[in-house]
Design a binder for this molecule. Sequence first.
Ligand code: HPA
Ligand code: MG
Length: 215
Amino acid sequence: MAHGLQIRDEQSGYNKNLFCIPKHYEEDLERVFIPHGLILDRTERLARDIMQDMGSHDIVALCVLKGGYKFFADLLDHIKALNQNGDKSVPITVDFVRIKSYCNDSPTGKISFVGEELSTLNGKNVLVVEDIIETGRTMKALLSKIKDKKPRMVKVVSLLVKRTCQSPGYRPDYIGFEIPDKFVVGYALDYNEYFRDLNHICILKENAKEKYRMS
Ligand code: HPA
Ligand code: MG
């Protein structure tokens, strides 16, 4: 079974004043939870593990938008580096699916897919790249759509997995970090579209949830 880097419930991260934070978000963030550099280091190792398992056949990397775009871009940079420096290499193509299931800091209960056709997945090794898995509900819905296209293999990598009591136990094949049940933003993870332009993964202050709340 896959294990990510464990961030325990009592770990609160780092003093934000020791890092560079965009001025417009300074008042909104509690702590730096996962610094950008650590995200990149863990991503480099995930790339190696993924290529060991999937690198013997053409790969389609499927980015789950919008939250997955930073992780996707950095992960693919590492995968490309392996692909040009190793003894073996395989063609990698990319595809995108956009999913929205959150409003404010809660799931809306409906999952909307936008703009996917996914016919490129037939017969390929498909790597689904996701930012965060909480209940696994969204991922299960997406996987059933993908399997209809008869891929050769499907693996899921998620940068973050939240430890929640409501989790029905879905676990991706590769996990970057396992985190406590707190709402996090940054590195393309958003709160109502804000905070994607923040490099580090941070914990949001309660008053920031009010400030950026959608009615
Ligand atoms: N942050 C941002 N988006 C999310 C989260 C989170 O903690 N959980 C599910 N989607
Ligand atoms: Mg989101």
